[in-house]
Each structure stands twice: as C-alpha cells, then as structure tokens.
Ligand binder design. Structure first.
Ligand SMILES: [Zn+2]
Length: 427
C-alpha cells in the first residue's frame, strides 16, 4: 500500500513536470523575436466609417499594432517598406457567422449536416477548421464569429491554436455548443437519443439554460448561440430574455438563430445581441429589432449558396429581407453561414461571394463595407482592438487592386493580408 502510494506520487510529480514543460513550450511558441516595423505605403486608404478614401497615406506598424497613420509619417530606418501605392488599403474583413469546423461533402452527405456530424469526428473537424481558418484569412477575413456546430469544442481548440500562433487564422469569437430546445436542429430517434450530441446542449427549463450557458463558457465559448425555433416548440420571449441576462452577467453576448417569423419576433422582442438569418422577418419585426438595438446577421444566401444548401427558393427571400432591413435602418453585420465544400473554391472565396446578395439588394458599397468591418467589430465586442486602421489598434490590414467603394466586388480580389502585424499574404 505504502509502495503504491509512493509510486503514485512519483507519477504525479512526473506528470506535473511534464505539464509545466508543456506550458513553458506553449508560452514560447512562436518564439518571441524583436518587434518588426513595417511602413505600408497606401495609394488609397479606405475608412469604412467615413465611407471615403484618402490618397498616399503611410501606415506605420510596430509589432502587432498600428503605430501611426498619415500622409507625412516619418519612416524609421529599421522599417521594412511595403509598397501598396497602386492598391486600396482597408481594415481586415469580418464574417460574423461561420462554422469553421464543419464542411459538408455534398456527394457523401447530401446537403444535410446531420450526416456530417455523424460521420466526421471532432479531431478531423478541428483539422478542417485549421484549413478553413487559413483560407478565410487568405481571402481577407481577419476576424470571425464562429456560431457552433464544431463537434466537441473543436472551435475552442482552433481559437486557442490561432491565439497561440500554432496555426494561422482570423481572430475568433466562438460559440461552443449550440443551446436549443430538445432535439436541437435534428430529428432524433427514441432508440438513439444522443445523435445531436455533442453539437447541441438541450435546455428547456430555466435551470437547464443557466447550466448550458455556464458549461459552455467553462469549455471556452466566448459567445452564446441559441437556436430559437427549429422545433415545433420554440423559445418564448421570456426564455430568450432570461438567457440574454445570464449571458450578459457572464460577460458574453448572445446570438439567436431564427428561421421562422415567430422565432425572429420573440428574439427581436427579447433584445438579443444578434438575430442570425431572420429571412422571414416582417417589417414590423425589423422595426422592433432596430428599436431594441438588435444587430441583423442576415447570412444572405447568394443564388449559388442557396442552391448548394438545397434551398434555391430562399435566395430571393433573403435578398428581399436584406433590402427591407437596409431601408428600415437595422444595424447589420456581414455573415455568411458557408458550410458546403465547392470544388475550385475555398471557404474564404465562398464567403466573399456573399457581397453579390448585398449588390442585388441595392445596398451601397460603403454600407456593405461597414457591415464587413466596424458594425461587425462592435457586435463581436472587439471594436476597441479591431475593425479600423487607427493608431493603437491591431494591425489587421488588407489591400485590393481596385477600390471597393467604387465596386464592392473588389473585396473578392484581396491581394495583401497582414494579421496582427505579420504579413500572411503579399502581392
Ligand atoms: Zn449557421
């Protein structure tokens, strides 16, 4: 007995030493070097807040941050000059609705992510997440909000790996497990009640809601995502308000998936931070959302995205709602919901394609750019750090050959990406 205790304690010490060594290694990776200094010569510098460009600006980047911006910024001798004098330079883009650790293979899964979740285990999905994150960054998306369907917290692992510099990717806000009424977004069998696990945390009573939110935050969620209405029984306004209050008390925001008119109404009335999709919203509910400072993340399916998702009829529905939301003046953040693999495309190119819907809805380029930068930064709660090119902010900077204010399609041709002061993609 004594010997066993001793060998257990030796083992404990050995494991402990290993853990400490691992923690040290994590802290040292990537190896700290001297802060690099870059001077970016911007032929045009686009400010989404003003909706205007200024010519011949210099952006000085020191380490991870923007140090100075202006026409007469002195370039230090040790600065590496990046010549973007023929390009338009702007803040990195945001996608406020991604599922990076989920890729539907149409020939295998139909268009149904129910099958994807059954076939692909979390480790594989986390690796897909690494590839999708890299592809989003290459397309100019330097920040994303990932709203669930990531297996067993694959999104938390991905966020932490990006934050530690283990893999390249956008800054992530992540939702962990989606909180939903019994059954989540799936139709289960009585003999196989666990088919929606671990994608969803079922929460029907207020006690279960509190538990689900706290458990999620404990396992690394930095935003709470609820599904209001994919079952016959939906969350009431009171249920949603209760969860918003709990989430806010815990320092995170709440995003609400609303696929139906009734669901969106309850979410708008409850004052969620954002309504996701909301394609069936009436003008009255768009007004209500505006009044309650709810941001619309419309995931406005393009014609091809709607077809790939198996709902071609939804494209005009999304465009019509986008048009009405814009006219009513609801604050909107750009979000895509891309989950399907399309040959010849990447997660990033598919996300950027969503500007097509904004063009079709008649939204001016300057407002689409605001939805892709400052509005999204505010919704994600990172606007003190990102979403603009200003001294003190993180150096998340992209460039396009043409000016997106003249034609928003220019954001589909991103040619330069700097993330946190490191050049990820050069012209
Ligand atoms: Zn989604």
């Amino acid at each position: 007995m004594q010997r066993r205790i001793r060998s257990v304690s030796f083992l404990t010490i050995a494991i402990f030493s290993l853990l400490i060594a691992a923690a040290r290694l994590a802290a040292q990776y990537p190896r700290p070097g001297p802060d690099r200094v870059y001077a970016i010569k911007a032929g045009k510098l686009l400010d989404p807040e003003k909706g205007a460009t200024e010519t011949n600006q210099i952006i000085l980047v020191r380490g991870k941050r923007i140090d100075a911006v202006g026409p007469n910024v002195a370039i230090p001798a040790d600065a590496k000059v990046i010549d973007l004098s023929k390009s338009t330079v702007l803040p990195g883009l945001f996608d406020a609705h991604t599922h990076l650790c989920m890729t539907i293979k149409k020939d295998r899964d139909g268009t149904n992510y129910f099958f994807t979740t059954l076939v692909d285990p979390t480790p594989y999905r986390a690796i897909e997440g690494v590839a999708n994150a890299r592809d989003m960054l290459a397309a100019g998306f330097t920040t994303v909000r990932d709203v669930g369907n990531n297996g067993n917290y694959g999104d938390t692992a991905l966020r932490e790996a990006i934050e530690r510099g283990v893999v390249p990717g956008p800054t992530m806000i992540n939702a962990g497990r989606i909180i939903a009424p019994y059954g989540g977004q799936f139709h289960l069998q009585p003999e196989k009640r666990d088919l929606a696990t671990p994608e969803y945390a079922f929460a029907d009573t207020h006690d279960e809601m509190v538990k689900a939110i706290r458990e999620n935050i404990h396992y690394g969620a930095t935003v709470i995502k609820i599904v209001v209405d994919d079952q016959k029984y939906i969350y009431s306004t009171d249920d949603i308000r209760f969860m918003v209050e709990e989430a806010h008390r815990d320092g995170v925001k709440l995003a609400a998936h609303c696929w139906t008119r009734a669901g969106a109404h309850n979410a708008a009335e409850a004052g969620v931070d954002s309504i996701e999709h909301g394609e069936m919203m009436t003008n009255e509910d768009l007004q209500l959302a505006k009044k309650n400072h709810v941001v619309l993340v419309g995931t406005d399916f393009t014609e091809s995205a709607a077809r790939e998702s198996g709902w071609p009829e939804l494209h005009p529905v999304f465009v019509d709602r986008l048009k009405r939301a814009y006219q009513i003046g609801v604050t909107m953040a750009f979000g895509t919901d891309v989950i399907t693999y399309v040959p010849g495309e990447t997660r990033g190119t598919l996300a950027a394609e969503y500007v097509d819907s904004w063009v079709e809805a008649g939204v001016p380029a300057k407002d689409t750019l605001r939805a892709m930068t400052m509005n999204a930064a505010r919704l994600l709660g990172v606007d003190a750090e990102r979403g603009a090119i200003k001294p003190g902010l993180a150096a998340d900077i992209i460039a396009t050959p043409e000016n997106p204010l003249d034609d928003i399609q220019a954001v589909r041709k991103v040619s330069f990406v700097m993330k946190n002061g490191s050049v990820f993609r050069a012209e």
